[in-house]
Design a protein around this ligand. Structure first.
Ligand SMILES: Cc1cc2nc3c(=O)[nH]c(=O)nc-3n(C[C@H](O)[C@H](O)[C@H](O)COP(=O)(O)OP(=O)(O)OC[C@H]3O[C@@H](n4cnc5c(N)ncnc54)[C@H](O)[C@@H]3O)c2cc1C
Ligand SMILES: NC(=O)c1ccc[n+]([C@@H]2O[C@H](COP(=O)([O-])OP(=O)(O)OC[C@H]3O[C@@H](n4cnc5c(N)ncnc54)[C@H](O)[C@@H]3O)[C@@H](O)[C@H]2O)c1
Length: 443
């Protein structure tokens, strides 16, 4: 029996935001990791996908810039750089960094036997507090004929060794959209299928339209309202039948139909699971007496920045503070080319919450910066204001580096900035950020 003040389950972005800080505060801390220290993000998610998107992004910018032309693309070099960025799927340096900060790393699958007791193989770890940061995994739908081993999920499509000649991507969320774009830019013939009437269905409809256009501009064939009914595998690839009777064939089938929290073996913690199987937490990230949960496993918002934030909130509370998570201004970026970013309330969310809002929408070309990038730059912004309080409550932006300049709007949402302040704000000319004050004036 080994004794700790805290055992953290999972060494992804959530667990890594907790364990070293508690150890630094003098706690005896263990982290249990079943796979790689670092979790999903550095090896099979954020980092490889953004690295694989970068060449296509550059190429489309170059194509548009007058006088520049089409750069070549060398897949072997792109792949080598991706391999470098994912550290060759080797977690030695991240493991060392954890241990150097005083954390005991336990390799293996953790099981919570009861609150205060975590079991890993033969080892029993007794502790006062448990932090569950076990993340999520890709969901593969049970479709007639679909064989799990023969389809790609986000793990295979981010670690691909060769670019398939053709690919069908099922699922029109962030994972499907990002990989459809980079596969197409790397030379694959790509069809993206989503069962909803629009792409990125949780965002405002204007955002979905921009995403549709951007994917088409990258040569992706987009099919909405296309629910996959059955799949057949053969030597040449996969044949997909949609419920409208359509038949589609491709060398690779990529499944990007969402993620499920990883909660197997954690039943002994006595936590409550919500309707999606995620661990229910309060605003302090507490799940039950002596049990905390952070990151994707909470189902709040599956992003690395949210996992780290919840980790910081949990740590502050574990160390005797009273921190409460505020999710109103979490940026949501899809790293297409151009980038698609949003924050705060959409029209639908505002209506659900009973908040009367009004919004202004501007095309990107209203910023002089846009024309410098080329005459046909697609994109735009939307700014949403609470009509009664006159403060900014939501925004979206589609354009080059929108994932950077969305933060102006995100800060406005976080600070409940009066729209009058944004109207009077003077941004640098010529920048995309000018669009926010223009939108405020349009309101
Ligand atoms: C393709 C893709 C691209 C993405 N891109 C972005 C992006 O650009 N930006 C962004 O913010 N987010 C992105 N995300 C989401 C991001 O990867 C996750 O939100 C983030 O990794 C969640 O961190 P986490 O610590 O909660 O979980 P994870 O990263 O999943 O880590 C959990 C860890 O816990 C371990 N574990 C689970 N169960 C046990 C157990 N019983 N015992 C021991 N160990 C266990 C796992 O092995 C894993 O290492 C992307 C996701 C995908 C799939
Ligand atoms: N840039 C980023 O920050 C980034 C990138 C990738 C992923 N992520 C995170 O990971 C999470 C998961 O992303 P995701 O794209 O896997 O999931 P998602 O839940 O966002 O989207 C899945 C899509 O698949 C569709 N779908 C589900 N079952 C289907 C079926 N049988 N046939 C056809 N379509 C089907 C859904 O309607 C939905 O549109 C995201 O919510 C996001 O927070 C973030």
């Amino acid at each position: 029996m080994e004794r700790f003040d805290c055992v953290v389950i999972g060494a992804g972005p959530g667990g890594r935001a907790v364990a070293p800080v508690l150890a630094g505060a003098g706690w005896r801390v263990a982290v249990v990791e079943a796979e790689l220290v670092g979790g999903e993000c550095p090896y099979w998610a954020c980092i490889p996908s953004k690295t694989l998107l970068r060449p296509g992004d550059l190429r489309s910018e170059a194509r548009r810039a007058p006088g520049v032309g089409e750069p070549s693309l060398d897949w072997d070099a792109v792949r080598d750089y991706r391999d470098y960025m994912v550290s060759g799927l080797d977690d030695a340096s991240k493991a060392q960094a954890l241990e150097a900060r005083g954390v005991v790393l336990v390799r293996g699958e953790a099981r919570v036997a009861e609150p205060g007791l975590v079991v890993v193989g033969e080892r029993e770890l007794r502790c006062r507090e448990i932090v569950i940061a076990s993340g999520s995994r890709a969901v593969v739908p049970e479709l007639h004929g679909l064989q799990r081993g023969r389809v790609w999920t986000s793990r295979e499509v981010t670690t691909l060794r060769e670019v398939p000649g053709s690919a069908i991507v099922v699922g029109a969320g962030p994972v499907g959209i990002e990989c459809a774009q980079y596969l197409a830019e790397l030379g694959s013939t790509v069809t993206l299928m989503g069962r909803s009437p629009r792409l990125l269905r949780r965002e405002d409809p204007e955002v979905s339209e921009h995403v549709f256009d951007l994917l088409r501009a990258h040569g992706v064939e987009v099919r909405t309202r296309a629910a996959v009914a059955a799949v057949t595998h053969d030597d040449a690839g996969a044949q997909v039948r949609t419920d409208d009777g359509g038949l589609h064939h491709s060398e690779r089938l990529v499944v990007a139909t969402g993620r499920a929290p990883r909660v197997e073996g954690l039943e002994g913690a006595g936590v409550t699971l919500d309707e999606r199987g995620a661990i229910a937490v309060d605003e302090r990230c507490r799940a039950a007496e002596g049990i905390w949960a952070v990151g994707d496993v909470t189902g709040v918002a599956p992003f690395t920045h949210v996992a780290s934030y919840q980790g910081r909130v949990a740590v502050a509370n574990l160390l005797g503070g009273d921190a409460r998570a505020d999710y109103r201004a979490i940026p949501r970026v899809v790293f297409g080319s151009p980038e698609v970013a949003a924050v705060g309330l959409t029209a639908a969310r505002a209506e659900e919450a009973g908040i009367a809002t009004e919004s202004a929408h501007l095309p990107l070309r209203d910023a002089d910066r846009a024309e410098i990038y080329g005459t046909d730059l697609a994109g735009g912004v939307g700014l949403r204001v609470d009509r009664d309080r006159g403060v900014v409550v939501g925004a979206w932006a589609v354009g080059p580096h929108a994932g950077e300049w969305i933060h102006t709007a995100a800060l406005a949402v976080k600070a409940e900035l009066p729209v009058a302040v944004l109207r009077d704000f003077v941004p640098q000319f010529p920048t995309f950020d000018e669009l926010w004050s223009q939108a405020a004036r349009a309101l």
